[in-house]
Design a protein around this ligand. Structure first.
Ligand code: NDP
Ligand code: HSE
Length: 438
């Protein structure tokens, strides 16, 4: 049988890794897929750079539409990034009846509903394993391996860049900017690294997982997003002293009591004894809680050339196998049949229930702590632990750290506003959510 012919739109970090792994493992991959998979054309503005990667093995073009319209290409792999041209190209490839593989989570989180509908109408596949958690096969796990379960919640470290930054800052005491540059050099960061550090990339990924878990359309616009740029080294230290670790988590949770879903990304205190608290560097980990299976942990490299290529090529193998299957009986893009999606809304962040870490910079005077704990009690917020930094000789202020039990975010915000108004509270109160994940 002739090999499947693949065109790559973009041959940078992930495209280069895909070319290399496919070349290196071609015999094994052919035995798994039942057919050879050959990259016959690649696209990049810098054609000399593309030629340096592929040599004479593939045609190099500068116009991505040359690949999309090429009738000899069976599968288009979009590895350019962005949401404008990438959307046009993916829709055009679908329009040409081509299957698409993409690693572009931004594209799917923002335009996924339109793209999956177009693919469904045309009877083609849009595969996107690489879009969430790099080399971890979490899309396949959610869509297939866990399909017996009613998924209750998912929480994940799903951005390698920010996890790398938090680990390096904590372990080596390095500055944020230095570590970010290293993440860029290693190929982890997005073209626009603000997507990483402001939590947007993680929100793209948790949006996709939420749709797969709960059978809803993708709802990126409803996600609550906080990144790591406002985190201070002091909070990383205090969390450690209390037995917790600070991680940027993407969380989505079923909330049947409110008829909605939680969809959020924010720095989170996680108990130091949980496996996920010990996921370091650019590694990713996703915890999925299903009613039948309980809690499962999916761990691996979440970014970088070859780990991501591993997922891209797994999709190429899947699509190659599917080419002989009946389109109506393929695994649905978002796990649930397209005509059976639910319209469960995403809840506002004020309705979310979590525990909290609070850091208050206060005047070191009698009665200060009593007033603060009094306000929490008036809001029915129960305290789990309190830590007060010992003041240095002659110092007139100190830090008070409070861990609370679970409470509703709206109520916590009201209590914080009251505490903030106390003249003895000297700086904006730091609030970080805390999850037990058990
Ligand atoms: P890179 O910037 O390394 O590569 C992008 C490639 O696309 C380059 O070859 C670029 O080359 C080419 N390109 C961009 N625009 C055009 C254009 N208009 N015409 C022709 N070629 C173009 O990005 P990555 O490989 O890191 O990321 C690719 C995708 O994979 C993104 O969606 C990213 O979010 C996703 N991803 C990345 C991961 C990673 O670890 N890096 C992990 C998981 C997903 P040139 O500028 O020369 O045109
Ligand atoms: N910028 C992303 C990260 C790449 O750091 O996780 C993988 O999606």
């Amino acid at each position: 049988m002739n090999p499947i012919r693949v065109g790559l739109l973009g041959i940078g970090t992930v495209g280069g890794g895909t070319f290399e792994v496919l070349r290196r493992n071609q015999q094994e991959i052919r035995r798994r897929a039942g057919r050879g998979i050959e990259i016959t054309a690649v696209c990049r503005r810098d054609q000399a750079a593309a030629r340096a990667i592929v040599g004479d093995a593939a045609r190099v073009v500068a116009d991505p539409f040359d690949i999309v319209r090429d009738p000899s290409i069976d599968i288009v792999v979009e590895l350019m990034g962005g949401t404008t041209l990438a959307r046009e190209l993916v829709l055009a490839a679908i329009g040409q009846g081509k299957h698409v593989v993409t690693a572009n989570k931004a594209l799917l989180a923002v335009h996924g509903t339109e793209i999956f509908a177009a693919a469904h109408d045309k009877g083609v596949v849009v595969a996107f394993e690489a879009a969430v958690a790099g080399g971890i096969p979490i899309i396949k796990s959610l869509r297939e391996g866990l399909s017996a379960n009613r998924i209750e919640w998912i929480a994940g470290i799903i951005n390698g860049t920010t996890n790398f930054i938090l680990s390096e800052m904590r372990d080596k005491g390095l500055d944020f900017d230095v570590v970010l540059k290293e993440a860029q050099r290693l190929g982890y960061a997005e073209a626009d690294p603000t997507f990483d550090i402001e939590g947007v990339d993680a929100a793209h990924k948790v949006t996709i997982m939420s749709a797969l878990a709960f059978g809803t359309p993708v709802q990126f616009g409803r996600a609550h997003i906080e990144g790591i740029t406002r985190l201070q080294a002091a909070d990383i230290r205090y969390a450690e002293q209390l037995g917790y670790r600070l991680k940027l988590l993407g969380i989505t949770k079923r909330r049947d009591d409110l008829g909605g879903l939680e969809l959020r990304v924010h720095p989170t205190l996680v108990p130091g004894k949980r496996l996920i608290a010990n996921v370091e560097g650019a590694m990713n980990a996703v915890v999925v809680h299903g009613d039948a299976v309980g809690t499962t942990l999916h761990y691996g490299r979440g970014a970088g050339a070859e780990p991501t290529a591993s997922a891209v090529i797994a999709d190429l193998v899947d699509v190659t196998r599917l080419l002989t299957a009946d389109p109506a009986h393929r695994v649905p893009h978002l796990a649930f049949r397209p005509d059976m999606l639910s319209d469960t809304p995403v809840l506002p962040i004020e309705d979310v229930v979590t525990a909290f870490y609070l850091r208050l910079q206060v005047a070191d005077q009698a009665g200060v702590l009593a007033r603060i704990t009094g306000i929490l009690a008036e809001h029915d917020i129960s305290i789990d632990a309190v830590l007060q930094r010992e003041s240095a000789e002659g110092e007139k202020q100190t830090d008070v750290i409070i861990l609370t039990h679970d409470t509703v975010e709206g109520r916590m915000n009201e209590a914080i506003a009251r505490m903030q108004a106390l003249p003895t509270v000297l700086a904006p109160i730091v609030k970080i959510r805390k999850e037990e994940l058990n």
